[in-house]
Design a protein around this ligand. Structure first.
Ligand SMILES: C[S@@+](CC[C@H](N)C(=O)[O-])C[C@H]1O[C@@H](n2cnc3c(N)ncnc32)[C@H](O)[C@@H]1O
Length: 235
């Protein structure tokens, strides 16, 4: 199994994200709520779900709680994250499979064409180069059932370096307040974080256009705060 390399293979990076960052993502709860609202509207009651770059299962947990008859396939290429997902998803073990693999060029290993009703991803696909992002979106389209939905909650590129700076400073504020920490320390950590090197950010509007070109209907950015976007489309 060929895995793309990211800093997410490191225990310290994984634990820092889960302990200090996930809960401090600005509008994180709203992003999840919008994911559910859009899924409910376009593909109500999905039976088969896929979560790409699942982390500890944050998004799958919300979906499986909402749709108790659904079954989810969670994929992540980080061993420490997979260990965390197995712990975090214990209550849902009968409703999901947790797979240690790279999601690029591998979806067809875990799903036949037109077999998945809902594919979600949270802050993961931006680690792929743009060509591979597009190929993955195409693969997602192939495995979705007609009427199935793709939602990507994602870190995207700012329109300018000044907006990027504003995004970064506001994000640091959130982490500082949520974790009751010293702002300077958080800022130093934030700008030097190892996984920053793995980010290949692309404006959300370009990515929505790629989805439209692939054939997704109702492709749009459903919510956006600074660089954080909830976007997707319906097959
Ligand atoms: C920022 S975390 C997000 C985790 C979770 N989706 C969430 O919303 O909290 C990004 C995750 O994507 C995973 N990831 C990144 N690139 C991947 C790839 N090519 N294949 C599988 N997993 C990948 C990382 O291992 C990491 O667990």
């Amino acid at each position: 199994m060929k895995m793309s390399k990211t800093h997410w293979q490191r225990h310290d990076v994984t634990h820092h994200y889960l302990e200090q960052v996930r809960g401090a993502i600005p509008f994180g709860a709203e992003q999840a709520k919008i994911m559910l609202q859009v899924v409910d509207h376009f593909a109500p009651n999905p039976k088969k779900i896929m979560d790409l770059g699942c982390g500890n299962g944050f998004l799958s947990e919300i979906l499986l709680k909402t749709y108790p008859e659904a079954f989810a396939t969670l994929i992540d290429h980080s061993k420490p994250m997979i260990e965390q997902a197995k712990l975090h998803m214990t209550d849902y073990s009968a409703q999901c499979e947790i797979i240690h693999d790279d999601f690029s060029h591998s979806l067809q290993k875990y799903a036949t064409s037109q077999s998945i009703d809902c594919i979600v991803s949270g802050y993961a696909i931006h680690h792929l180069p743009n060509k591979q992002k597009r190929e993955l979106y195409q693969e997602i389209y192939r495995v979705l059932t007609p009427g199935g939905i793709f939602i990507n909650i994602e870190h995207t590129a700012s329109a300018s370096s000044q907006i990027e700076k504003l995004h970064d400073e506001l994000f640091i504020d959130h982490i500082t307040v949520l974790n009751k920490r010293n702002r300077q320390e958080v800022a130093t950590e934030y700008y030097a974080r190892p996984d920053k090197e793995d980010n290949i950010l692309e404006p959300v509007y370009n990515q929505v256009n790629w989805l439209k070109e692939i054939g997704f209907k109702n492709a749009d950015c459903y919510f956006k705060w600074m660089e954080l976007a909830v976007f997707g489309g319906v097959k």
